[in-house]
Design a binder for this molecule. Structure first.
Ligand code: DP6
Length: 331
């Protein structure tokens, strides 16, 4: 390899993934190694695009929606670039431009898509060829959940046991075509940035919440259940598993010191309404570190679910998605 050739311009796209069994807590914060396995569904819509280009400036630059990413947030991107530089020998600075179609900082997993696309665009720009497993590991160094936006479809992120994180990566266990009827609806009840980031929230929970060990202990079992429920397309089993994972994550956050409450009154009303609707429709909810639930249902009921939610909550915005994804190079 001739390092002087690199970097070349490269662009990649990825979509967010929504955890059915949550990642909440790290066994190693520097390497984003999770305390437990997690299982997620990758979305087919609202991709995030990252363009990496050579940069004349002395330092690397990362721009998000046309604005420079400030410290400490840029540190995640720089960490990924540092690892890639070790592998490529490329010393010149790069500029990355992130354009996300997902509202930023509202808990809709936009950073998972951005970091997965960034890992692919930057590694390609620097001439580093990575296997899917290595790419998932590289994305993980920027943000844990980004490891799951690399493969696409239905994915499991292995906790792994190695201290260097070489066995902690996400892989597809079923393709999007395995369950084409599955539909996800993001319900945006608030666009306010969350007060406590996922990173800070999970570290605080692990350090201070008395119920945290119990939460971690159940994650492995729930991940196995979610994978088996998806493999057998058992909607009811997936619903029970995913709701339990989200509820215990939010429950354990409430027992942190100081407590963390991500939901808003409207979130609670919506969840109650969804529970009511789920008596007659295939439907469940999940909640990440924010007030905006994702609803999961089966086609053709997504039309009815969207209409019912819009009728009861006229001010919320609803984004409808299917299963898909997988990071890719784009022109
Ligand atoms: C609630 O991947 O954003 O969405 O690894 O610190 O970047 P870092 O955290 P992040 O956490 C996601 C948390 C979650 C659950 C999940 O997606 O599994």
């Amino acid at each position: 390899m001739n390092p002087a050739r690199w970097p070349l311009p490269a662009s990649a796209e990825a979509t967010a993934n929504i955890a059915m069994v949550k990642y909440w807590g790290k066994r190693d914060a520097a390497l984003n190694l999770p305390a437990a396995d997690s299982v997620a569904v990758c979305l087919d819509s609202f991709p995030t695009r990252v363009d990496v280009t050579p940069c004349a400036a002395a330092e690397d630059e990362v721009w998000w929606s046309g604005r420079p990413v400030p410290p400490p947030r840029i540190g995640r991107f720089l960490r990924v670039l540092a690892i890639l530089r070790e592998q490529s020998g490329c010393r010149s600075a790069v500029r990355a431009d992130v354009r996300s179609q997902i509202p930023d900082a509202v808990g809709l997993a936009g950073s998972s898509a951005a970091m997965a696309a960034f890992a692919l665009a930057a590694s390609t720009a620097m001439g580093v060829e990575l296997s899917p497993r290595e790419l998932s590991i590289t994305a993980r160094l920027g943000s844990g959940s980004a490891s799951r936006s690399v493969p696409g479809g239905f994915v499991r992120w292995h906790r792994g046991h190695q201290e260097d994180g070489s066995d902690s990566y996400a892989e597809e266990f079923a393709s999007a075509a395995h369950w084409p009827d599955l539909r996800l609806l993001a319900v945006i009840v608030s666009r306010e940035p969350k007060a406590v980031s996922s990173t800070v929230g999970m570290i605080r929970t692990a350090r201070t919440a008395p119920l945290y060990p119990m939460f971690v202990e159940q994650c492995g079992r729930l991940a196995a259940d979610a994978q088996a429920a998806i493999a057998s397309r058992d909607f009811g089993w997936l619903a029970r598993t995913a709701e339990l994972s989200a509820q215990t994550m939010h429950g354990v956050c409430l027992t942190a010191r100081p407590p963390i409450l991500y939901v808003r009154p409207l979130t609670v009303e919506l969840v109650e309404h969804v529970t009511e609707l789920s008596r007659t429709l295939p439907l469940f909810f999940t909640l990440d570190a924010g007030p905006n639930p994702f609803l999961v249902t089966l086609a053709p009921h997504d039309e009815t679910v969207a209409a019912e939610v819009a009728r009861a909550f006229p001010d919320v915005e609803i984004l409808r998605c299917g299963v898909g994804g997988g990071v890719r190079i784009v022109a």
